[in-house]
Each structure stands twice: as structure tokens, then as C-alpha cells.
Design a protein around this ligand. Structure first.
Ligand code: AMP
Ligand code: MN
Ligand code: MN
Ligand code: MN
Length: 283
């Protein structure tokens, strides 16, 4: 499976490389297939496609959708990221992303207003400057970096731990599409729905299991394999659920450039012999 990376970010969302430089980096590490999966946008796709022209690199359309799910027994809803891949009919997803972008833009201002109450000054204009004044591109990563620049915290992770993550004072839930709505919309767009990084949500093992069951029952196509750095027992737990629910697997690094320098483009986990790659459906 070498040569494939189906989860990456450019600076259209919270990566640091432009779509053009991401494509060049993919060529440099000998990828033959790259999906650009920026948060709630496909605005970098055309630029990536143009940059890849004349090279031995196939660009797959993609986006990472901020979705949500809940357990019927409790009122609480949880955020979840669904990677949409290889859309052959872009109209439905582009329409859905317009709404996701409105939610993202409004949420960013609410987060900054909550932060003002914590730190005593407003950072919204500085955050906006990081995304060429396009509020619908703002992620919490941009807000965390601004808090570092303003010397409120020393590292982005500290910004999440003190203010931005669930349960902290400036956390604002992303009121995105529901899980089933997201999967249905991706299928209308003739794409494939992948549950992103199943072990990265701070959910209990019970909730991870429940989420995967719900994802499968809602028609989801594939589960992203945990990154190579995860423990063997975590990987085995996910492998068992993939087998139980008869899902395909996807592999992606979740590359963010210098925002997460420990993640290397193309460094993806290896599927086991009996796992079916979601890429087999489009390569
Ligand atoms: P947003 O879509 O605005 O909620 O931002 C989500 C992005 O913030 C994720 O894709 C990560 O890149 C980053 N992120 C989320 N949680 C954390 C965390 N606890 N520590 C560091 N980065 C995080
Ligand atoms: Mn991100
Ligand atoms: Mn994600
Ligand atoms: Mn991602």
C-alpha cells in the first residue's frame, strides 16, 4: 500500500503547505495517489490537480467533514470527522459544504469572544489574518497558534488543553451535519465515507465501539486505520471491529505540515492481509 495517502491537509485549512507544495511533497516521497482532505472544504482541489499535471500522481477529491453523532439513550452529542473520498458528482457535497462553512465561520467568532472573556483581549482579527480573511477556513489550530503568538500559552497543545478542547471555557461544539446525513450526502455525491482516526476522539472504548456500529449501520464504507505510532492493542481493537462490521479500511497520515511536524506525509499503517482497501474501489 505504499504510495497512497488518503488524509492530508493544505493551508486551505490547517495544514502549512499550499496545495501546490503539498503536491510537490507527495511527488518527493514517491506517492502515486493523494487525497486532499481539508476541513469542510474542497477549495484546494483544483489547485492540487493543476499542480499534479504531468506527474505520476493521481489526485483524489476529498474533504474532512465535521459531523456529529449521539447515543439514543443520552441527549449528549459528540463530534466526529468523516473523510469523504472520490466524489464523482460534486454538486451535493459542494452545497453541503457551503452550510458547513457558515457554521465554521460563525463558530470561530464565538470561540474568540469566549476567549476574550478569559484573556481580556480580542484576537479575532489576528486569527482572520492567518486565513486570508476567509472566516470559513478558520480552525481551532489557527486560534491556538494565535494564542501562542500573543504569549497567552507557550505551545498550541497548551491552548487546546486550557481553552479549546471539549470541557474547557472556549470550547464551542461544531453544529455540523449528523452522521447519517453526512454519509447519505457523500453517497449522493458518488463518493466514499470514511470514519477518520477512530482512536483520536477521547471516547471510551464503549463509545468507540458504539460509534463504529452506528457508522456501519448508517452505510459508512471504511474505517481509517490508526496511525503507526498507536499501540498494538489499540490497532487490534480496531482491526476486530473492522472485521466484525465488514468495513473496508482507509489509510491516511493526517498530514498537517509544520503544524504537526511529527506526522510525515505518506507514513501510513499497513492493512492486514484480509482487509479490503477502500482505494481498491477507485484505483
Ligand atoms: P476544528 O475543525 O476547528 O475543530 O479544528 C480541529 C483541528 O484542531 C483538528 O483537525 C486538529 O488539527 C486540531 N486539534 C483538535 N484537537 C486538538 C488537540 N487536543 N490538540 C491539538 N490539536 C488539536
Ligand atoms: Mn486539522
Ligand atoms: Mn480530524
Ligand atoms: Mn485531518
Amino acid at each position: 500500500m505504499q504510495g497512497i495517502d488518503l488524509h492530508t491537509h493544505s493551508n486551505i485549512s490547517d495544514g502549512t503547505l499550499s496545495p501546490e507544495l503539498l503536491v510537490q511533497a507527495a511527488i518527493d516521497v514517491n506517492l502515486h495517489t493523494l487525497a486532499l482532505t481539508d476541513h469542510d472544504t474542497m477549495d484546494g482541489l483544483q489547485r492540487a490537480r493543476i499542480a499534479a499535471q504531468g506527474h505520476d500522481l493521481k489526485i483524489i477529491s476529498g474533504t474532512e467533514i465535521s459531523s456529529q453523532w449521539s447515543r439514543p439513550t443520552t441527549k449528549k452529542s459528540y463530534g466526529v470527522h468523516i473523510v469523504a473520498l472520490n466524489m464523482q458528482n460534486e454538486a451535493p457535497i459542494l452545497e453541503a459544504l457551503e452550510q458547513q462553512k457558515r457554521v465554521r465561520a460563525q463558530r470561530a467568532k464565538v470561540i474568540c469572544d469566549l476567549l476574550e472573556k478569559c484573556i481580556g483581549f480580542q484576537i479575532y482579527e489576528d486569527v482572520l489574518a492567518k486565513v486570508e480573511d476567509q472566516a470559513d477556513r478558520i480552525t481551532r489550530t489557527h486560534i491556538a497558534k494565535t494564542l501562542v503568538e500573543k504569549k497567552v500559552v507557550t505551545r498550541p497543545q497548551q491552548a487546546f488543553d486550557r481553552f479549546l478542547k471539549e470541557g474547557r471555557r472556549a470550547f464551542v461544539k461544531f453544529e455540523g451535519l449528523g452522521l447519517k446525513e453526512t454519509i447519505d450526502m457523500i453517497h449522493e455525491s458518488k463518493g466514499l465515507a470514511v470514519l477518520a482516526h477512530p482512536t483520536r476522539y477521547d471516547f471510551s472504548a464503549t463509545n468507540v465501539r458504539y460509534l463504529i456500529e452506528l457508522f456501519a449501520a448508517s452505510g459508512g464504507d471504511a474505517i481509517e486505520l490508526p496511525p503507526p505510532m498507536e499501540t498494538l492493542s489499540t490497532r487490534q481493537m480496531i482491526d476486530r471491529m473492522i472485521e466484525q462490521y465488514q468495513l473496508a479500511v482507509s489509510i491516511g497520515s493526517d498530514f498537517h505540515g509544520e503544524n504537526m511536524p511529527w506526522i510525515k506525509l505518506g507514513n501510513t499503517p499497513k492493512p492486514t492481509a484480509n482487509q479490503q482497501g477502500v482505494w481498491e474501489r477507485f484505483l
